[in-house]
Design a protein around this ligand. Structure first.
Ligand SMILES: [Zn+2]
Length: 119
């Protein structure tokens, strides 16, 4: 999961497609992922992860800015293991949880949220 986030960050779309289960791609390809406007990824929080044999579930929240608007993906992702490799199958989108105004900012700048990306 973390490696997939890094791939988004580094725009390694081929890796994202390769780790996305082919039965669940639904027409997604490298070209679609590379389409503008691209989000600027800020941080990733793994909220929980569990593994049960060859299936796994990761709940995460990933912050990004798109055209200077702060937003987040809050998702529970399903993974399955095939031939020793994990593949993303599908995810359930949830409402992003915003930090409190005095909490540390989601971009790890060290500033308070209200003095940083909340603006
Ligand atoms: Zn910030």
């Amino acid at each position: 999961m973390r490696s997939r986030f890094c791939a988004f960050f580094l725009k390694e779309y081929r890796y994202l497609i390769e780790t996305h289960h082919s039965d669940h791609l639904d027409g997604l390809n490298e070209q679609a992922l590379a389409q503008d406007p691209l989000p600027q990824w800020l941080s990733l929080d793994i909220i929980s992860s569990e593994q049960d044999g060859d299936t796994g579930q990761v709940c995460f929240q990933a912050w990004y800015k798109l055209e200077n608007e702060l937003d987040a993906i809050h998702e529970t992702s399903d993974f399955i293991k095939q031939d020793g490799r994990w593949f993303y199958t599908q995810g359930e989108q949830k409402t992003p949880i915003l930090p409190k105004r005095n909490d540390k900012c989601v971009c790890h700048s060290g500033k308070k949220f209200k003095q940083c990306c909340a603006k």
